[in-house]
Design a protein around this ligand. Sequence first.
Ligand code: SF4
Length: 301
Amino acid sequence: MGVSALPFKSLKDYFLSKYGRRVQKITVALPFTCPNRDGTKARGGCTFCAEGSKPSMLDSSVPLELQIRQGIERARRKYGRDILFMVYFQSYTNTYADVGTLKELYDVALSFDGVIGIDVGTRPDCVPDEVLDLLEGIGRRGYEVWVEYGLQSANFETLKRINRAHGVSDFVSAVLRAKERENLNVCAHIILGLPGEDDEDVIETARLLRVLKVDGVKIHPLHIIKGTVMALQYERGEISTITLEEYAKLCAKVIKILPRDVVIHRITGEVDRDRLIAPEYCDPSMKNKVIQEVIKAIEKE
Ligand code: SF4
């Protein structure tokens, strides 16, 4: 299996070049919450967030070992036995516990044969130095370690509007402190089409990521999920989503701004049909179409 001819470095290609075979993410859910929900920073969470972005098929009450074992078995059934794994702590804030607890959980993930590392999703205001030390230490043991920070936008007015309850400076600090460390890769999440934003806001966000030399970026179109604050705002006509054509053009602009060696973890966002309100291109059946439209837009840029 060779690397693809995509006009950007995809996560799949990055892994293939580095490990010589497929590395499959095994997504798990911890029974954590987030400081933007429990009142530590704010209540109610980000206005777009449903259940801390937990995929509906995951159950955080299932022991971590079992979640990983089942994930590995599923991946082997689908892709065969000649694959490796990275355990992805995705939902809520996966550094929101004391360091001893985090170490135990991350070590469970690393104890499985074929696991090359971990990917930890969190908030930029939730990574004290001791957590970064822990992650750096895992990297020093030879594991692949990614920390994923949700930024969403580099516009502070937008962050307030969507109730992120952290500032741009928290993100800058979190990236700089992580980049001082060896063997620790930083991925930033951004959302295109946020309320009140125009193309210039998104371009500025991409420029900040370039200046900070992040290692990876995950790009999503804004999508409205049932049960969120945004669902109410959408029903009231206060916010809207962008079209697939608009998203593809904007996503292409972002990718063009980023250095070619930045790993693009994602350029789509899918939500199960029964939970998705809009836009229709975030239905899982549209994933390939979205990717193709972004590729076409990059080639036209
Ligand atoms: S910080 Fe993450 S988990 Fe918490 S409310 Fe926002 S998106 Fe959801």
